[in-house]
Unconditional design. Sequence first.
Length: 347
Amino acid sequence: MASRVARIHEQRLAARRLRRKQLLAGTGTVAALSSLGIGVLGAVRGHAEATGQVTAAPPSSTVFTDPDQTHSQFIKTIGESARDLANKNDLYASVMIAQAILESSWGQSGLAAAPNYNLFGIKGSFNNQSVNMATQEDDGTGKRYTINAGFRKYDNYTQSLQDYVTLLNHSMYAGAHKKNAATYQDATKFLTGRYATATDYNTHLNTLIERYHLTDYDKPAGKLVVTTYTVKAGDSVAGIAAQYGVSMSQIVSLNNLDASTMTIYPGQVLKIKEQYVQTQPAAPAATTQTTTNTTPAKPTYDHSHTVVAGDSLASIAKQYKMTTDELKSVNDLQSNLILVGQTLKVR
């Protein structure tokens, strides 16, 4: 009996040690080296909201106690960079952000936190920098096992995001690009089994994208414009919907109303519709063009030349930077004949 208790105790200690190694790494990835020697990204692991296990503070100096606040801040931290990089490289920003969330546990895993900043669990080294950590692998059937591996180490999130894009631009990931994937669901499906070996990788990514409205980052930068209405005595959902030309179900959905009663009260501010408006680039400042009169000034012929022996119309014209025809016209000459002592008008 005593030996059985001892074995159970030892098994529990071993399990705790294994779990501690996984938490310290915080990657929970399935990763391998491609045939070209570049790190293939890690596979799915339970994210922080599912396990409730956070082992490191975010890389910023702010530590959040509210999970929703933590999640919102993380998305804002990498969202615009992801939008810009994805737009320039034919990728889905929503997928990029979801992968960063999943692989890094909202930036709070040991691998993603300072000083490593590896958001995507990419193995290998970056600028000759790497960090060795325990990681959980998936054998492709859902069974997990743990190994130690070297992961790329970055100076900041920006490097990690850019390195991710470099990897996704490799031909082996062409199917995740917009030109080959009509929807983000097509992209996440393609990545499953390639980017990660976990068979449900796309399911986890799609859930994150839908729950946190990450497709907003697949659109050009803009803002959400919300139309609201303050309820007055005698108002009804049907009347307000008719007034604004929207459906009652839309008002119910936007305001989390009870669909069976659609109860509203005076003074209540209702959302009527939400519209995403693209931010337009600033129009170039109008410039005033000044028209310059380039018509040459009319020449004046207020000088004179007295013909001497050896002069000709051609030589006189050349002397005063005129043409022969011009000289003849100014002096009403009908031929090229000129006489010694004759006075001609010149410039």
